[in-house]
Design a protein around this ligand. Structure first.
Ligand SMILES: *Cc1c(COP(=O)(O)O)cnc(C)c1O
Length: 370
């Protein structure tokens, strides 16, 4: 019998309301509700420890630290990036007056293809902005080698890579800076929120100025900063969520195991497997449809799921390079981005979250497996 209830692509991890209320009482008593408050400091410390990173600065979302990182590093001219991401990656460049240069992706992982980067470098190139798509680590070693050879900065959009480690080391320590998003749809959320990870104390200090209008003291403004501070209420929410995020990730892991087991013999469907040595966060479960082998197009399957009240998402379709602002760029031409086009046209992210039940999984799979 068909159940009619809705299954969405994700559902936010939320703290116990009584626990949250206790913290709200505390905030009400303290009356220090933003500007580097008590819980803000506590969350920065807790995240440094959890993520195994030396310095972190909390932000009000994940887009503003991307914009601020480019400001802090004084990036100008052209930046090499991927079209296969959420629009914020490229928008951050545009807001800084930087020209995005799109480079094609690896056809298996969806991450920026290091083999294609060098050909896109010009005298105006100052940085590379890759994305760890679906939390799969980029080839950070190759990217760093290229950056070092040409004197470029590397800023990782690590919005999907919360807690991801390679051989016991955080992926967030790669490059010059990494950016996280704590949006409600992410593995770990503070409703809206984000963070920047940096290597040293003086960069942390500089970033803390920039996210607070450039204030370096009561009367001193050292840069045209922005306001992108996280408040106490969301920091408290974040502290509670941090305590339960491991359990949520483990549930997602079990969902991934069930999806993979059921889909491994389905012709025309590819999915991502775990990589040895990598601690994954199971943020997304993308499947890639080969319409000839599967006998149905991606969109046909997407709308068939929708009809059954199962809402997958076509992350990332359409490519960023096809949007109005960017489509006129030379690097946005389809011939330059064959792998990105192919992936964008074949992907569906299946529902993936900590509350997904076995019944939900069976219902989803029965629509996919004929
Ligand atoms: C979610 C996301 C962002 C933006 O984060 P917000 O917190 O929503 O501003 C940036 N890049 C990628 C790849 C994302 O998925």
């Amino acid at each position: 019998m068909e159940r009619n209830n809705l299954i969405t692509v994700t559902s936010p991890l939320m703290p116990n309301l009584d626990d949250f209320n206790e913290m709200l009482k505390d905030i009400w008593e303290r009356k220090w509700i933003t500007n580097n408050g008590h819980y803000h400091k506590e969350l920065e410390e807790a995240l440094c420890e959890y993520l195994k990173v030396p310095y972190i600065s909390l932000f009000t979302n994940g887009t503003l630290p991307l914009i601020t990182a480019l400001q802090a590093l004084r990036i100008t001219g052209e930046v090499i990036t991927t079209p296969y991401s959420f629009v914020a990656t490229t928008h951050a460049l545009w807001w800084n007056g930087i020209k995005p240069v799109f480079v094609d992706i690896d056809p298996i992982t969806g991450n920026l293809d290091p083999d294609k980067i060098e050909a896109a470098i010009t005298p105006r190139t100052t940085a590379i902005m890759p994305v760890h798509v679906y939390g799969t680590p980029c080839d950070t070693k190759r990217i760093q080698e290229i950056a070092d050879k040409y004197g470029l900065k590397v800023i990782y959009d690590a919005a999907h890579a919360f807690g991801v480690e390679v051989n016991g080391k955080s992926i967030l320590n790669e490059g010059d800076m990494s950016i996280l998003s704590f949006h409600a749809t992410k593995v770990y959320n503070t409703i809206e929120g984000g963070a920047m990870i940096m290597h040293d104390e003086k960069t942390k200090k500089r970033i803390d100025y920039l996210k607070n209008f450039g204030f370096a003291g009561e009367t001193e403004v050292v840069a045209p900063g922005i306001n992108s501070k996280m408040d106490e209420i969301r920091a408290a929410y974040g502290l509670l969520n941090l305590k339960q995020v491991d359990e949520a990730i483990e549930h997602r892991h079990q969902v991934a195991i069930k999806y993979r087991e059921a889909l491994k013999d389905v012709k025309g469907i590819r999915f991502l497997n775990d990589i040895p040595g990598v601690k994954h966060n199971y943020a997304y479960f993308p499947i890639f449809i080969n319409e000839e082998e599967y006998g149905m197009t991606r969109d046909e399957l997407y709308f068939k799921l929708k009809e059954k009240n199962i809402f997958g998402r076509r992350y990332f379709y359409p490519l960023i390079s096809t949007f109005t602002t960017y489509k006129g760029l030379d690097s946005a031409r389809q011939e330059n981005l064959p792998n990105a086009y192919k992936m964008a046209d074949s992907v569906i992210c299946l529902p993936m979250y900590h509350l997904l039940t076995d019944d939900d999984i069976i219902r989803i799979l029965s629509c996919i497996i004929n």
